[in-house]
Design a binder for this molecule. Structure first.
Ligand code: UDP
Length: 327
């Protein structure tokens, strides 16, 4: 199968590309490199340096490479940023996806996997959060992904486009060669590991008075290689119809637990202080993933936090400047 991967130079996209290639698929990466890294693109993938706001460039890529399926990662994905710059999200995230879908329909490409998000569930009635939970987007980012999911719903009906929407909880960890490298870095695990590498003095824990066992926020960290496997399984299942899954480990870990685990793994004291809450952070987000387990037989290979932080630590040690590290 040939898969066109938008955002295949980014953190999750590049690792899904690596896994697709390891499993014998052919891959075309479509990325504008605004947030991704050329070095992250697997050498066996074809690379198209272009923007999803350029419908002609998408059409050219579809015509030249004739993919059987698309995986769509290329998007802005920060909750806080979306509260400051809503048009990037409600505008670009949405119209870029629309361009991609229009081009797919024009070129008769009938399968797509969408990166969606746990930010659809800002006010969950039950924990863990399964697919029956009501949708309450927590930000323009979440809203943009909800709109993308709704587009897929209609294109399935009207154009027989089969889709899987995968709502990630907290992607974390690394493969041997690829990991998390954002500028600026805002995610907890890479920040904690930057302290262990001596690149930051300390870590701020956003809020210590949440209604959780230790007062810090609880999140469901899922290893990026397990996420990648879920994409591949979902793609294989599309012939049996479209589907939507929540994707996490089903276990929650607090900010304090993450820092404590990183201390054990790195042997560094990792100084940490409680500071004010970060606006928009719910106390607890844990995924109910039994649907994907039952329907696709997906099983996380790295369910425990130890292994997730360990693989991230190995990558950060071998890439202290991220992809800019001289080889
Ligand atoms: N967090 C923190 N300090 C940081 C970065 C994050 O305490 O410097 C907390 C954040 O409030 C959240 C958890 O760590 O409860 C995970 O945050 P991250 O940004 O990694 O992912 P998110 O849950 O926002 O997708």
């Amino acid at each position: 199968m040939k898969v066109l991967v938008s955002g295949g130079a980014g953190y999750i996209g590049s690792i899904v590309v690596e896994q697709l290639i390891q499993q014998g698929e052919r891959v075309v990466v479509f990325d504008n490199l605004s947030l991704g890294h050329r070095e992250a693109v697997h050498p066996e993938a074809k690379f198209v340096h272009a923007d999803l706001n350029d419908r002609i460039a998408i059409d050219q890529a579809m015509k030249q490479h004739q993919p059987d399926a698309v995986m769509h990662f290329a998007a802005y994905s920060l909750v806080g940023e979306s509260m400051k710059f809503p048009f990037q999200y409600l505008g670009e995230n949405v119209t870029n996806f629309l361009n991609l879908l229009e081009s797919m329909v024009a070129h008769d490409v009938k399968k797509i996997i969408l990166s969606s998000t746990a930010n659809l569930f800002d006010d969950p009635e039950r924990m863990p959060i399964d697919e029956s939970e009501r949708i309450v987007p927590g930000s323009p980012y979440g809203e943009s992904k909800f709109i993308c999911e709704r587009m897929l719903h209609w294109l399935d009906q009207i154009h027989d486009l089969r889709f899987a929407a995968l709502r990630y909880f907290n992607a974390a960890g690394a493969s041997t060669e690829r990991g998390e490298d954002h500028t600026p870095e805002l995610h907890l695990i890479p920040i904690v590991l930057q302290v262990a590498l001596g690149q930051r003095e300390r870590v701020s824990m956003f809020g210590g008075d949440y209604d959780t066992p230790d007062g810090t926020c609880v999140r469901d960290y899922i290893h990026v290689l397990d996420l990648a496997q879920a994409h591949i399984l979902a793609l294989q299942a599309l012939d049996q119809g479209s589907r939507t899954y929540n994707l996490g480990n089903g276990q929650g870990f607090s900010v304090k637990q993450v820092i404590e685990t990183a201390r054990e793994i790195t042997g560094h004291a990792i100084p940490a202080d409680i500071v004010d809450r970060r606006p928009g952070d719910p106390a607890t987000l844990v995924a109910g993933s039994s649907k994907i387990r039952d329907e696709l037989g997906w099983r996380p290979a790295y369910p425990d936090l130890q292994a997730i932080v360990e693989t991230a630590w190995q990558w950060h040690q071998s890439h202290p400047q991220g992809y800019a590290t001289p080889s």
